[in-house]
Design a protein around this ligand. Sequence first.
Ligand SMILES: [Zn+2]
Length: 193
Amino acid sequence: MVNKLIQELNKLPGIGPKSAQRVAYYLLRTPEEQAKQLADTILSVKQTTKLCSICFNVTDSDPCLICRSDKRERSKICIVEQPQDIPALEHIRIYNGLYHVLHGAISPTEGVGTDDIRIRELISRLDDGTVTEVILATNPNLEGEQTAMYLSKLISPLGIRVTRLARGLPFGTELEYADDVTLTRAIEGRQDF
Ligand SMILES: [Zn+2]
């Protein structure tokens, strides 16, 4: 049973065999109540969390709080690859527009094509003319750049300003791990793409 737990933990991102072992033995030592709380929380998050039908962020209510807010600028949409990129951007408090989560990036090597991520849904959000700027905040790596390039070619002809986060995010990194200063500079210094 312990081995099974180690195996399961090892499947989590960023948890190697050593860490999996450490967490497993930690859980064995914790009171049953605490372990149960963790298990229950995982299950209830899985059961109650859904994707916002507008921006595809994870949310308890649909539409999500950001899409529903009347304090957000509806003329801007910031495109990110994953839901976990949004807390990173929200944390620095300088962006006040809306978001769109692609749930991936175009990657021919991994067989992820343009139809496999939420591009069609994004384009339909641009239909009514409310959005005047799209900020491409895909990760500064090969897949992220390819995706930004593709989206730019698709969106620019619609007469919408397309910007890309400023360089300064180290190439190959992921947005969710960028520090606040770098991220603030990247968004403030965004350039036409
Ligand atoms: Zn939303």
